[in-house]
Design a protein around this ligand. Structure first.
Ligand code: HEM
Length: 227
């Protein structure tokens, strides 16, 4: 349950991001085309697709599914930077806020959807599991235990969707784009998620249906072998 709304939010954040930032979509597709060509991506491509991994991380930073974290309680009194924190104090981890997920000393132009903030000058992932990478998963001993699973899900989902389709805004009967704003967020109690919006998906490859079905069957067969 903890992984459903949160992963869904990250995927919505990804779709919203690439629709608002077409250059990000193009850069990702350039890397996918050079690594995978005409076949769908697999987990074996992970090392060679740093831009996609960065896109997954940026989707979680840009639209954190749990923007106020999960509340924690001090189990005993302690001192932090001169403040005495009494036992029983409730902590709210304001992941979204300026000093954390939008801290300009860590993230250049924090409002922009920009996966390159997680890449070095040569295009490789600049850091693994640092403060700036995994903030959206909380911190400390109760940080999200599903984070690696979630990043893997996002990696293969984003890679496959961008390999398969060009994302565009849908058009209405007057020919106008039907756009969802970057701050149109729905409140799902603990989880805040971009509201539902339409996406027009244009196939990027021939025989796409057959290729995707084949790759799904291969994955299912591999899972069966592991089980
Ligand atoms: C993008 C996807 C996800 C995000 C953004 C996310 C975020 C979070 C956050 C912020 C917390 C609270 C951490 C804290 O207390 O400081 C949390 C806890 C938790 N998450 Fe995730 N999560 C995601 C996916 C998943 C998945 C896929 C699973 C399971 C397979 C999972 C299982 C859990 C569980 C069990 C907890 C409670 C841990 C505890 O209190 O000890 N999450 N998650």
């Amino acid at each position: 349950m903890a992984g459903q709304d949160t992963t869904d939010t990250a995927l919505r954040g990804f779709a919203l991001g690439v629709l608002h930032y077409p250059d990000v979509q193009k850069a990702a597709q350039r890397q996918l085309d050079s690594v995978c060509g005409a076949r769908p991506p697999t987990f074996e491509d992970r090392e060679n697709l740093p831009y996609i991994l960065a896109l997954a991380k940026e989707s979680i930073r840009w639209k954190p599914g749990v923007p106020m974290g999960v509340m924690h309680t001090a189990s005993e009194e302690f001192e932090h930077r001169g403040y005495v924190i009494p036992e029983g104090t409730t902590f709210i981890d304001n992941i979204w806020f300026v000093r954390i997920g939008r801290d300009i000393s860590v993230y250049h132009n924090p409002g922009a959807f920009d996966p390159t903030r997680f890449l070095d000058a040569s295009g490789k992932l600049s850091s693994e599991n640092t403060r700036s990478d995994l903030l959206g998963f909380g911190r400390g001993r109760r940080a999200c235990p599903g984070r690696e699973f979630a990043l893997n899900t996002l990696f293969i989902g984003i890679a496959t969707m961008l390999w398969a389709f060009r994302f565009q805004w849908p058009v209405d009967e007057n020919g106008d784009y039907v756009v969802c704003g970057v701050n149109e967020i729905e409140d799902h109690v603990h989880v805040a998620t971009p509201r539902p919006f339409g996406v027009a998906l244009e196939p990027r490859h021939q025989h796409l249906r057959e290729q995707l079905l084949e790759s799904m069957n291969e994955s299912a067969a591999r899972l069966y072998l592991i089980a």
